[in-house]
Design a protein around this ligand. Structure first.
Ligand code: KG4
Ligand code: ZN
Length: 350
């Protein structure tokens, strides 16, 4: 069986093909065409500009994806219908409908948040493990959500950000500090170059909502705190490499502290057997390392079984269509040829 996945939810145009043999998923191709350079000069994504780019990119990306694959072999098409930027979502949906009609194959509408979670289930061995209930943390540019997962397809949203997403906070702070877009990787690289010796200006940021007994987040205050600190510094200091590096260190650590603390509390409260990460921010090396360390510290006691920690390869954390094709595989029973039913839903919930 062959599944083609399409994702145009934000600023990346992506198409992938999976082959399924004996229940094993193999990624035959996964092409992601990034619009980063286009949006970098604005410091964020402009939906109508992104939509135009998707329109231009989709046929090119399809050609690349199917370079060594006979497209008539495709059995099923999976396409992201939400959440995301509505004009962008429609580009992918209409492209999927045209292709599905041409090939006379059905479409599975895919939820982008679920796809970020199921990026962890591309591997057959993983699917054989005793993972549920699991606590999933989806952290991207548009979302920060904690989800209780009882099985593939069975989710309950237990908490989310009340304002900005973690990735959005990285992007806005990077803009204040003049580091460009996307902010997450730019901040991570700046921190990696920080020499411990230079850490002496010590900007201090809050850890919003960390001790509140709920599973919600709030990151917009963090960005404001950076802005106030930045403005309060003399121009010479705030433009200095040391200040920028130290502020990057502090913002990254503040976000990591909150994400880890709240996820681990949910894990304990719901007696979860695993922690599953997904989304662009999960590509952050420090977050990945510190999560693992903290889980080991908290759970590696003789009396408690070691909890499982799942995280996709970094290239499957950021937006990609392989995760969309995988989600379509798990939901193949929902495949339809009733094209009219398939519509974009910018605010689709899990
Ligand atoms: O999942 P994604 O590709 O798109 C959305 O669905 O939003 O996530 C993009 C977000 C951006 O905000 C970007 O700054 C952040 O993920 N991001 C990172 C890293 N790589 C991407 N944040 C922190 N560290 C990274 N290495
Ligand atoms: Zn995403």
């Amino acid at each position: 069986m062959y599944i083609l996945g399409i994702d145009t939810s934000c600023d990346d145009t992506s198409i992938a093909i999976l082959e399924i043999k004996n229940l094993k998923l193999e990624i035959l191709s996964n092409v992601v065409s990034s619009q980063v350079k286009l949006h970098a000069k604005y410091g964020g994504v402009y939906p109508f500009l992104a939509k135009r780019e998707h329109q231009k990119n989709l046929p090119v990306v399809l050609k690349k994806t199917t370079k060594n694959i006979d497209i008539s072999k495709i059995d099923l098409i999976g396409v992201t219908i939400g959440p995301g930027l509505e004009p962008c979502l429609w580009q992918g949906i209409n492209f999927a409908k045209d292709l599905a009609e041409k090939l006379n194959k059905p479409i599975v509408p895919v939820n982008h948040i679920e796809a970020h979670i199921l990026a962890n289930f591309l591997d057959y061995q993983t699917r054989q493990r005793n993972l549920f209930p699991a606590i999933c943390l989806v952290v991207s540019g548009g979302h920060t959500q904690l989800i209780l997962m009882r099985d593939i397809g069975k989710y309950r949203l237990i908490g989310e950000t009340r304002d900005d997403a973690a990735g959005e906070c990285f992007d806005k702070v990077a803009r204040i500090l003049g580091l460009g877009y996307p902010g997450g990787p730019a901040i991570a690289v700046t921190v990696a170059n920080l020499k411990p010796k230079t850490y002496n200006l010590k900007p201090k940021l809050p850890r919003p909502m960390i001790y509140q007994k709920n599973y919600d987040f709030s990151f917009s205050g963090l960005k404001t705190a950076v802005l106030y600190d930045f403005r309060a510094r003399p121009p010479k200091i705030r433009k200095s490499k040391e200040y920028i590096q130290e502020m990057c260190f502090e913002i990254q650590q503040a976000i990591i502290d909150v994400l880890i603390h709240k996820t681990l509390r949910a894990t304990k409260d719901f007696k979860a057997k695993s922690i599953i990460l997904g989304g662009g921010v999960a590509a952050n090396e420090e977050l990945r390392k510190q999560f693992e360390k903290k889980i080991k510290e908290d759970y590696n006691l003789p009396t408690t079984p070691y909890i499982k920690y799942l995280i996709p390869d970094t290239k499957y954390c950021t937006d990609n269509a392989a995760m969309v094709a995988a989600t379509a595989y798990f939901h193949q029973r929902e495949a339809t040829k009733d094209w009219k039913k398939i519509e974009a839903n910018a605010n689709l919930r899990i």
